[in-house]
Design a protein around this ligand. Structure first.
Ligand code: SAH
Length: 341
């Protein structure tokens, strides 16, 4: 059966027309789903019983079950959701002074194989649908009774490898008759799928693009991120320059610092050289060691020195606050969990 949350408003109007209904019904349904956040068609009380029956026969609501919920001492919450097909994914809720942010997964598993990431080494299963990405937000909002203001595509998966569903998710989230989360409050993080970066630049969606850079030479980056063999640094940076020129939007470069690997002065110099003059910001992440991982966290002193060098040399850099590390919810710690395991 089709998932009613997979459709943006225009598509849902067409679905309703195909069912022999008036398109405005789609707006009513959208309101029920995303403003009232109901979990059943029966709660949609301004819709006739007959149409409710039709909807039940044609669509599911895709309400995720919470398999596990872990609360960190800093307030971060990690959810393990049953995505209703025998698989499970993780989603993280973070609280900031400006509101609540959610880190959503975009795929069940990941194909990218980054050596430092916990989502690696587990088989890729499938893309999540738009409705399954949207449902992560709804399920958390329902569970905690709050409103999420920021969405980051930094959970399990490579969002640009699930391009169409991620773009459609953004259209669903943006809609003012629904969740009304503006594109400016949405970040897409990519390991660097260059052709998709060019494509995203054409979308006219003012979301934030984050690039997981992590190294400044191809030799080093390829060791950490096999995707670099397909799209080396020069091509990646060129696509970023094109993105900035087309959108006039600042790019955020993610740089996870690993001890004795990419955290010394030479690396900082390389980063300055690479990014000089670009409309960008560098987000330094203390790397989180994963089980059997080769990379360990740099010392705080190294991280601060690295940041200061960048800032002193014209590159705006900040250190990302680590949230949820005690519940394995910090950057790169999310993994696909199979219910059958
Ligand atoms: N596939 C996307 C989004 C998921 S990862 C991407 O690669 O960008 C979200 C961010 O966490 C990325 O910047 C990623 O490189 C980083 N990350 C992954 N594992 C990490 C780890 N162990 N420690 C710190 N950051 C990590």
């Amino acid at each position: 059966m089709k998932n009613i949350k997979d459709y943006n408003l225009e598509e849902l109007k067409q679905e309703l027309v195909d069912l022999g209904e008036k398109p405005f019904r789609a707006e009513q349904i959208f309101k029920w789903l995303y403003q009232e956040k109901v979990k059943t068609f029966d709660e949609m009380t301004n819709i006739s019983l007959e149409l409710r029956e039709k909807l039940k026969q044609n669509y599911t609501m895709c309400n995720f079950n919470i398999l596990k919920k872990q609360v960190s001492k800093d307030g971060t919450i990690k959810y393990l959701f049953d995505v209703l097909d025998g698989n499970a994914i993780e989603t993280v809720l973070m609280s900031y002074h400006h509101g609540y942010s959610i880190c959503v997964s975009s795929q069940i598993g990941c194909k990218m194989g980054c050596k430092f990431c916990a989502s690696t080494g587990i088989n890729f299963i499938r893309n999540l649908t738009s409705g399954e990405i949207v449902e992560q937000i709804l399920a958390v909002e329902q569970d905690e009774n709050l409103r999420i203001s920021n969405v980051v595509f930094m959970g399990i998966g490579e969002p640009l490898d699930n391009y169409d569903n991620v773009i459609n998710t953004i259209h669903i989230l943006n809609n003012q008759k629904g969740l009304s989360i503006g594109a400016r409050h949405i970040s897409i993080s990519t390991s660097g799928l260059v052709p998709k970066i060019y494509k995203l630049a054409e979308e006219n969606i003012p979301c934030t693009l984050s690039i997981s850079l992590h190294a400044t030479t191809n030799e080093k980056r390829s060791k950490m991120m096999p995707v670099n063999d397909a799209y080396p640094i020069e091509e990646l940076i060129q696509s970023c320059k094109d993105y900035i020129a087309k959108t006039n939007r600042r790019i955020s470069f993610e740089y996870a610092l690993a001890k004795d690997n990419n955290d010394n002065l030479e690396d900082a110099k390389g980063l300055v050289k690479l990014l000089k003059g670009m409309l960008c910001h560098v987000n330094l992440i203390p790397i989180n060691k994963i089980e059997n991982g080769a990379y360990t966290k740099s010392s705080n002193e190294h991280i601060m020195k690295f940041r200061d060098y960048l800032n002193d040399n014209g590159i705006v850099a900040t250190i990302r606050r680590e949230l949820g590390s005690d519940i394995d919810a910090a950057c790169g710690q999310l993994r696909r969990k199979n219910l059958k395991q």
